[in-house]
Design a protein around this ligand. Structure first.
Ligand SMILES: Nc1ccn([C@@H]2O[C@H](COP(=O)(O)OP(=O)(O)OP(=O)(O)O)[C@@H](O)[C@H]2O)c(=O)n1
Ligand SMILES: C[C@](O)(CO)[C@H](O)COP(=O)(O)O
Length: 250
């Protein structure tokens, strides 16, 4: 696309907000999830490097566990990032939504495009990051990376007691479903408006933009952008890192 036909000029600076303030309850006991090691390096550092690998990203805002901002700042100081990338650290909130809002509040004015990326998706490839940025620059107010599903999905009547049988009420057509990842990319003003306007239970930022009545578009996600949620995901993440080392000839 030529630069004249873009709604967001190619020079518009891009910032990434990385919510990293969650506890990681589903991962089991231990340090806050973002600070746990993958192959000896904190998950958060992998995630920050993954976003900073994009030459378009000039600022990374890390939203740290509420009492962990100083520790996160020291970690970032100790692990080199590209010279072109600045970073800020702010303390997070009670929910992912609140943590993202606190990250947005810290952004300097010049960043017109914002990516929101889970620290819990430490291995997203740079091509996925760049595809999201490109789609925002091409005029989409909100962009999600997404993958087709491998499993058939059922809608159920949730059981009152976990583990009890649950009646199946529907089988949505799988071809129309996608599993959504991060980074999700936004025209900044749209994302700020969504966070000012939408309340209630949302599990991703693009869902808030949908509630404003705006169009969200999906671009191809990547299997390595999976979210580290449960213990087996740590095993998978270390295996992906080992495969990368082999491919890189280390
Ligand atoms: N109060 C919160 C909760 C979550 N997150 C971040 O949002 C991302 C996605 O959340 P999830 O994977 O659910 O992480 P946790 O909330 O830590 O996981 P759990 O629900 O198992 O505790 C993570 O990078 C997490 O650190 C955050 O910044 N602030
Ligand atoms: C934002 C997200 O990663 C998109 O798949 C996901 O919705 C986060 O959900 P979680 O319950 O906070 O893990």
């Amino acid at each position: 696309m030529s630069d004249e036909s873009r709604s967001t000029p190619v020079q518009t600076p891009v910032a990434a907000v990385i919510p990293a303030a969650g506890r990681g309850v589903r991962l089991g006991p231990g340090a806050p999830k973002a600070l746990r090691a993958l192959n000896g390096t904190p998950m958060l550092i992998h995630a920050v490097r993954a976003l900073a690998a994009s030459r378009h990203v000039s600022l990374v805002v890390v939203v740290a566990p509420p009492d962990g901002a100083a520790e996160v700042k020291s970690l970032l100081d100790a692990h080199a990032l590209p010279d072109r990338t600045d970073f800020l650290v702010v303390p997070g909130g009670e929910s992912r939504q609140e943590s993202v809002r606190l990250g947005l509040d810290a952004l300097p004015p010049q960043h017109g495009i914002v990516l929101v990326h889970d620290a819990a998706r430490p291995l997203v490839p740079v091509d996925t990051v760049d595809a999201v940025i490109e789609a925002v620059r091409d005029g989409a107010p909100a962009v999600v990376p997404a993958l087709p599903l491998a499993d058939t999905v059922k809608e159920v009547e949730p059981a009152a007691v976990a583990g009890d049988p649950e009646p199946v009420v529907a089988t949505p057509e799988r071809a129309r479903l996608r599993a959504v990842q991060t980074p999700q990319g936004f025209d900044r003003a749209t994302l700020v408006r969504a966070h000012e306007t939408v309340t209630g239970n949302v599990t991703d930022d693009a869902g808030m933009v949908e509630q404003l009545g705006l169009t969200v578009v999906a671009v191809p996600g990547h299997e390595e952008a999976f979210k580290v949620t449960r213990p087996l995901d740590l095993v998978l993440a270390e295996a992906v890192l080992a495969r990368r080392r082999l491919n890189d000839g280390f």
